[in-house]
Design a protein around this ligand. Sequence first.
Ligand SMILES: [Mn+2]
Length: 408
Amino acid sequence: MFRFLHMADVHLDTPFRGISQSWPHLAEELSQATVASFDHLVGRAIEERVDFVIIAGDLYDSREHSMRARLQAHRQFDRLADHGIRVYLAHGNHDPWDPGGMRWPQNVHVFPAGRVGRFTAFQGKDAIAEIQGMSYPESAVKENWVPQFVPESTAPFHIAVLHANVDGQPGHDNYAPARLSEMIQSGFDYWALGHVHTRQVLSAHPWVVYPGNTQGRHILESGIKGAYLVSVDDRHGVSLDFEPASRILWQTIRIEGRSVPDEGALVRVVGDALDQLDAPLPVIVRIEVQEPSERLARELMRAEDRQAFLRQWIPNVGQSSWTMVADIVFRASAVNSAFEGTKDFWSETLRQLDRLMDDEEALLDVLRPLFARPSMKGLRARLIGEEGRTALRESTHSAVKAWIEGEG
Ligand SMILES: [Mn+2]
């Protein structure tokens, strides 16, 4: 029997730019979060004496990763080397393979860029698994790589490591687009995936698994994140144990507008909801009010007022757990009801727009051609940070609503 740790999307040294700008006293703790979750998982791999560790892409948050990210990765790989644990590393769209990149210790095996690399894992003299994988040569990989994976050796167990979007999962770029049906037919026992940040087991015969990322990076990545500890018994039976690794949680609290006619009521309802959270970790909360009353929307219309309102819950971040209410957003379902009948198209459009506005970097990227105009410089600066994007989200929703109503 053997065991391995399957992780992906560590995104070391994610800057958390938007939220750090609105809440500068959180910046240091946030900037440690991805590093600390990786450190925790490596510690667990050592405690559990796994045979090897798989990292299925996006170890780094960006191609121009920081010195701190590189040194941290090296330090963690050294720790694993000290315990004789090998690492099989694929590069993903956030950290494509870099010929001038860091030289890793000898226990680290990096999959080549744009073609399948094959390694054999041993226990003593016995081969226990063949591990195949590919790294991204550049950020945007448009072709399906699955057909290039063919189990070859006589090893008793075959693993494929791939950073890919399977069956067009929403919310993530459609890179290395793969089909689950093809993966199931491929002859591999375990597909160790990365890219989609939501943990999910797509198939158990054979295993096709996204472990999700190891630390949520924004409000849409809520819940506890981590990695899978995979045990393979002598008859090739596989069992998965989820190993939590989040150092900070993100959570949205949804409140019915009817129950909070004014800001006094909102303070009470939010206070009650926060009392019930009771998480063992720091939590960053978004308050989402569905159908806000006109009065409440007016009271909290200006970004300065919203910011002042949120400051009443500023936590003492030095402690091991704290709760911080970072933003408040209003959702008007009047928009959605106007779209009944064309629901699929409009609800999906709005969902995609919301998602874009929750991801600062993606948003700036989409709007880049606009920012080339000198007159747009000021706008760009305003879109950096939660406040600017909240304002943009609300304007977009009302613009779309006005447009739909105008169309009848
Ligand atoms: Mn990723």
